[in-house]
Design a protein around this ligand. Structure first.
Ligand code: AGP
Length: 585
């Protein structure tokens, strides 16, 4: 997963490209580079994060491309950083995706005397375009080159002697920003949001030329296509940190508002989707990571509130389930980015079987948004931190509301969730945060942290563990309360911390006794609960809201994870090895 950007306009291209890469850094940040056309083609490449760069002086240029990398092929070094160039150094390309037939292409191009300087798959694109330019013009050369590629790509290419950019898309995101006398390519809208909110969302199999205007072509046929311009309602301010030091804490603190925004859909919309769920024969929630945890939580809520069985499947496992699918099955993919490759693959599989697809997605215009029969938006605004926080609770909010709507109790559900939104504001207040700084300082040097929960709080325990480990690098594991004693309890020794999710519901008595089993073996018990209990060594109080405890219980853990990262000197917004949108399988 990388971030790519292209610019053509009246501004200083170097500033626009660097600024855009900084806003795309959450997509990958092991190295970065850019190419600008001024009096000549200037190329700059570096290992490390673009975020540490103030400015680069490469002379005046009004057209350029840039790339921030999450490596898939080839080590993290300058040679493998993008842009990649043709032999004659006249063509520069940036690429996000994986070229599956790059070795075959590389062998063919070497047989045509092309010389490669990197170990990446992407470099073949520059040389392939160069090879085709022996017989056709630049745009046609790009079209023919990408037609020969297998795998996934979002590509932006430029030529030293041409004052325009060419982009092409298949399975990796690529959007076009349309400004006043300026045009942008980018992997995601935040890269150019401060300059324009008018966007053309490219589809797979399309090639675009940004010159005096936008021209879109079908890659296969070369025929021109018409595309609409969408005005997105995100503001640049939403995609900036404001007074917060990190996006992670900003986005955690927004949750009282984003839960309300998730509830802003009309009654008709929610009831329409509830009807689709009620009329389906077999329902599959499909997701990855935190979105999968939200889906798993929802399966308990649908069972409890709507007496409905939901199949929940990790997206990468879905292809092994496809034989169940019929044209009466309902698939509900859940994805913040709408670009997760495993989710998109599952949707493709489902549509081949005639399955109806209703998605829950945050990014308007994303691939999932456009490939679904209906897309229910989370309305959470851009989530820049690599970790999913506000969009996780937005997903839980919408899924809980849908469960109530399926049971014909939409008003009851809305009242509960509006109350929860207010209570979340209290949970993210500076006073609560201080308590969690205290806890983080106790846990920051621990090697293992365990989390247990039952019912809707079993998936919450999984999400809690994911939050802690992916941002602080402390090993954390979530378990159903009754499961720890089936083996892992062997790891409990004096002082091993265990977070216990203990709402006032049917699970309380048993989860408290699970806590006692751990405590009797030396465990340090952190209780997240509406009431304290003698088994807790540290108690974090949360409101008592029954089935909505999964939303309330995750808030203090998000904050704890943040402070663990900060105290351990980790970057909460850009954890090592991760990227915001996993656009490769
Ligand atoms: C969340 O903290 C993780 N970074 C990750 O698991 C994420 O939830 C997962 O990759 C799914 O992303 P999506 O919701 O955009 O599909």
């Amino acid at each position: 997963m990388c971030g790519i950007i292209g610019y053509k306009g009246l501004r200083n291209a170097s500033d626009v490209v660097i600024n855009g890469l900084k806003r795309l850094e959450y997509r990958g940040y092991d190295s970065w580079g850019m190419a600008l056309i001024g009096s000549d083609m200037n190329v700059v490449k570096n290992v490390g994060k673009i975020g540490e760069v103030d400015e680069i002086n490469v002379g005046e240029a009004h057209i350029g491309i840039g790339h921030t990398r999450w490596s898939t092929h080839g080590k993290v070094n300058k040679l493998n950083a993008h842009p990649h160039l043709s032999c004659d150094k006249k063509i520069a390309i940036v690429h996000n995706g994986i070229i599956e037939n790059y070795q075959e292409m590389r062998r063919y191009l070497i047989s045509k005397d092309h010389v490669f300087v990197s170990d990446t798959d992407s470099e073949v694109i520059a040389h392939l375009i160069e090879e085709h330019m022996k017989t056709v013009d630049f745009v046609e050369a790009v079209r023919r080159a990408v037609n020969e590629l297998k795998g996934s790509y979002a590509i932006v290419a430029m030529h030293k002697d041409m004052k325009y950019l060419v982009g092409a898309k298949k399975d990796s995101p690529l959007v076009i920003g349309v400004g006043e006398n300026e045009l942008f390519f980018a992997s995601d809208v935040p890269a150019f949001l401060e300059y324009t909110r008018d966007v053309v969302f490219m589809d797979d199999g399309e090639l675009a030329v940004l010159n005096s205007g936008v021209e879109i072509f079908d890659i296969e046929t070369g025929k021109k296509k018409k595309k609409d311009i969408t005005h997105v309602d995100w503001s640049a301010e939403q995609a900036s940190k404001g007074e917060f030091e990190h996006f992670m804490m900003k986005e955690i603190s927004e949750q009282n508002r984003t839960i309300k925004q998730a509830l802003s859909h009309s009654r008709d919309t929610i009831e329409d989707i509830a009807n689709r769920i009620n009329n389906a024969f077999g329902i599959f929630f499909v997701a990855c990571g935190s979105s999968y945890h939200a889906a798993l939580t929802a399966s308990y809520i649908f069972s409890k509130i709507a007496k409905k069985h939901i199949n929940v499947v990790v997206a990468s496992e879905f292809p092994y389930y496809k034989d169940f699918l019929t044209d009466r099955t309902l698939m509900m993919p859940i994805s913040q980015s709408g670009e997760t490759a495993d989710v998109l693959q599952a949707v493709k599989t489902a549509k081949e079987k005639g399955t109806h697809v209703v998605s829950i997605v945050n990014v308007v215009g994303s691939s999932l948004y456009r490939q679904s029969d209906y897309a229910l938006t989370m309305n959470a605004g851009p989530e820049i931190c690599v970790l999913s926080t506000k969009t996780y609770t937005s997903q839980l909010t919408l899924l809980t509301l849908l469960a109530y709507a399926c049971a014909g109790k939409i008003d009851e559900g809305k009242l509960l969730l509006e109350r929860v939104a207010k209570e979340v504001e209290e949970l993210t207040s500076p006073e609560t945060r201080i308590r969690l700084v205290e806890l983080a300082s106790k846990l920051k040097d621990k090697k293992n942290i365990f989390v247990i929960g039952r019912g809707v709080n079993y998936p919450t325990a999984l999400e809690a563990a994911l939050k802690i480990k992916e941002v602080s690098y402390i090993h954390a594991e979530g378990f159903p309360g009754g499961e720890l004693k089936h083996g892992t309890i062997a790891l409990i020794s004096e002082g091993t911390p265990c977070i216990v999710l203990a709402p006032n519901d049917e699970t309380r008595e048993e989860i408290i006794s699970n806590a006692m089993e751990i405590k009797s073996r030396g465990g340090y018990i952190i209780g997240i609960s509406p009431e304290n209990n003698e088994v807790f060594d540290f108690h974090i109080k949360v409101p008592d809201e029954g089935i909505a405890s999964s939303i309330l219980n995750i808030i203090p853990i998000q904050i704890l994870a943040y402070y663990l990262a900060v105290l351990r000197g980790c970057d909460p917004d850009k954890p090592r090895n991760l990227a915001k949108s996993v656009t490769v399988k």
